[in-house]
Design a protein around this ligand. Structure first.
Ligand SMILES: [Mg+2]
Length: 158
């Protein structure tokens, strides 16, 4: 990647919104590890702390983030709680894609994307700036560790 391209990439990356699902993405929903935090969750939350973060979960569909905050706080140390309070609420009814701002670069982390949501992404997402990052904690419990290393290695070090 050329220097100028790389700068452009870094700029859009810095400006991207990050949309966060909870169940099966940040916190296990499978019976074996039910309600346990995903491996690497603390480091991941530290690494994404300076981005624009949004909830994209059934725990926050109506713009009220109280339940989502309480749920994530229940599995994280108190030092992270003020950061969790900064995650912004969203409002959506049927499809999570209703809440996504397609005018901005984004990364959407989810374990359970509907067919209809995939269709919206296919139609509207700009492939190199608007990314769906699929998570499957049953298949790969260390997925957040991989994501932190692959995308946020710089940010997790300071
Ligand atoms: Mg989920």
């Amino acid at each position: 990647m050329g220097k100028r391209l790389e700068r452009g990439f870094r700029k859009f990356f810095r400006e991207m919104n990050i949309y966060l699902d909870i169940d099966g993405t940040l916190i296990h929903e499978d019976l074996n590890k039910f309600r346990q935090p995903a491996e690497g969750l603390m480091v991941f939350l530290q690494a994404i702390r300076s981005y624009n973060l949004y909830w994209l979960t059934t725990h926050c569909m109506d713009g009220n983030r109280t339940h989502a905050q309480a749920f994530l706080k229940s599995v994280t140390p108190e030092e992270l709680h003020t950061r969790i309070d900064l995650i912004k609420p969203t409002t959506w009814h049927t499809l999570k894609t209703e809440a996504i701002d397609f005018t901005k670069p984004f990364m959407w982390l989810d374990n359970d994307v509907l067919k209809e949501e995939r269709t919206v992404l296919r139609e509207k997402a700009i492939h190199d700036k608007q990314w769906l990052i699929e998570v499957d904690l049953v298949d790969n419990p260390a997925r957040l560790v991989d994501i932190t290393r692959d995308y946020f290695a710089d940010s997790s070090q300071h």
